[in-house]
Write a protein that binds this ligand. Structure first.
Ligand code: MF3
Ligand code: CO
Length: 255
């Protein structure tokens, strides 16, 4: 499948979808505290997206049963919300998607529940910063692999590892479009050139221990192979003629 360049009308709809997705991320972030179930967070995410006139992109995607992915501690991504009660010291990754007038906003973040250990807070900060290091390279004329290299260098330089089995992606009328946006460099592989009007989701998944992961028997939940903590940070962005524009920005401007 080819990379889709968005028109200015499509970009405006991507901004609106992005704002709704980011708003849902903020709702989830504000709910995170000891005793709250991941199911309760998912429910509020669902209501916020619907109330905003959008559809929860994840719900029913390949059979996924919820509106948000909520992944705790050693869970990397695709955690299914349920009866689990969050505990003080947990780190909680929330990934949400909203489809508005045919366009998708996709974003994620990892948040501390109550008081967390220093190493957990550092992992969250390293993961978030690796995204911003990556998107400094997200300019017309550069390659996707320039983003990948910057994310990997920063995360590994901080003593963490980047997940390889899951990658960022083009985003638009569909949640997953070309190109793939890995968070590591694949030696000897060509990489697409970035062009103004491309919209991509950059989403580092960073582990404290090994980069290796496995999928639990529920068929969805991805966990670190060694049980170490993992964090995730994602925004949908637009390639412009200058700095990239982050599309998943809510009214509270939390990033
Ligand atoms: N935001 C994610 C991604 O970029 C997760 C979607 S998984 C789903 O792939 F199945 F729940 F939709
Ligand atoms: Co994504």
């Amino acid at each position: 499948m080819a990379i889709v360049i968005k028109s200015s009308r499509e970009i405006e709809l991507m901004r609106q979808a992005g704002k709704i997705a980011a708003g849902a991320r903020s709702i989830a972030r504000q709910m995170i505290e000891p005793g709250v179930t991941t199911r309760a967070i998912n429910k509020e995410v669902f209501h916020f997206i619907k109330k905003s006139g959008a559809e929860p992109t994840f719900l029913g995607y390949s059979g996924y049963p919820a509106s948000a992915c909520i992944s705790v501690n050693d869970q990397v991504i695709h955690g299914i919300p349920g009866a689990r009660k969050l505990q003080a010291g947990d780190i909680v990754s929330v990934d949400v998607g909203a489809t508005y007038k045919g366009f998708v906003g996709d974003c994620a973040g990892t948040f501390p529940c109550g008081t967390c250990g220093e190493e957990a807070l550092r992992l969250i900060a390293v993961t978030r910063q690796s995204f911003f290091e990556g998107i400094r390279q997200a300019r017309s004329g550069k390659r996707v692999s320039d983003i990948s290299a910057a994310v990997q260098q920063y995360a590994e330089g901080a003593g963490c590892s980047v997940v390889r089995d899951y990658v960022g992606h083009g985003v638009g009328a569909r949640m997953h479009e070309d190109p793939e946006v890995p968070n590591y460099v694949q030696r000897g592989r060509g990489s697409p050139r970035l062009v103004q009007g491309m919209t991509i989701a950059v989403e580092p998944m960073v582990n404290m221990g090994t980069w290796e992961v496995k999928v639990l028997s529920d068929g969805w939940t991805v966990v670190t192979a060694d049980g170490s903590l993992s964090a995730h940070y994602e925004n949908s962005i637009l390639i412009t003629d200058g700095e990239p524009e982050i599309l998943t920005v809510a009214d509270d401007h939390w990033l």
